[in-house]
Design a protein around this ligand. Sequence first.
Ligand code: ADP
Length: 299
Amino acid sequence: MTIEATNLTKLYSTQKALDNVSFKINSNEIVGLIGPNGAGKSTLMKIITCFIPQTEGEVRVCGYDVTENSIEVRRNIGYLPENNPLYLDMYVREYLMFIGNIYKVKNTENAVNDIIGLIGLEVEKNKKIGALSKGYKQRVGLAQSMIHNPKILILDEPTSGLDPNQIIEIRNLIVKIGKQKTVLLSTHNMHEVETVCDKILLINKGKLVANTKTANLDVNSLISTIIVEFDKELDITTLKTIEGITEVIAIKKNTYKIVAGKEDIRSEIFDFAVKNNLKVLSLNMEKQDLESVFHNLTK
Ligand code: ADP
């Protein structure tokens, strides 16, 4: 139930949509794929689901190569594409039977009943898809992606366009499903990543810029911002010599905001002060939320 990408690159003519991306997603993880528009999220999902081929590199899904064993890969994957394309004139049950038959699911009738129960479509199962609310349409999309009982689910912006109640319902469903499956979902919503995902993959301009457990973000694992006050004014460029520092801003007399691209550089700042005969009058580490980490890594 793993997804493993190695040195994955995708070119659309001359445009690089993915640039040497490598990562591994383990069994039963819910992983959030985040990044600004045009970062390459949908491209990555389309390659994993065998919709488009990569230009270079390798992707393995449950150990199967997406190029050489695409039938096996598709058997193991359920995919909810962006914008959730559905046949609006079909009835919910009829549509799920139709998809189940395409996948040649054994005992389709039972499989459809099970999925209707699991996804909470019981009350709407006899309605036309076109007559459903957006939240229920999304449930039908999720149900179709799971009708063949895949081990892995790829969900492209599963909650986009839903109202706050529908968002919570779909998120709860994803968490429930994620207990038995590996899930990769893309989203723009940082709160969603923090509440639903075990891990995040952050891509920017086709490059993987972060691959970390969501819980680690609470302890400033990616970037730390420190406000430090010394007893004397100093030249900003000398502060920049501390290893790991990416940005220094003088915010008021003798006080500096220091942004560092590593976990915690407080002790390096104290060492710097001792070496330069400075006294540290105050030092505070600012807590980062995912929103600011995202902003800092992709700006
Ligand atoms: P995201 O899903 O993160 O918004 P995409 O994967 O859709 O990003 O796109 C990544 C980049 O590749 C963008 O610059 C986009 O314009 C480009 N792109 C996507 N699909 C195609 C295509 N079929 N032909 C040419 N360029 C494309």
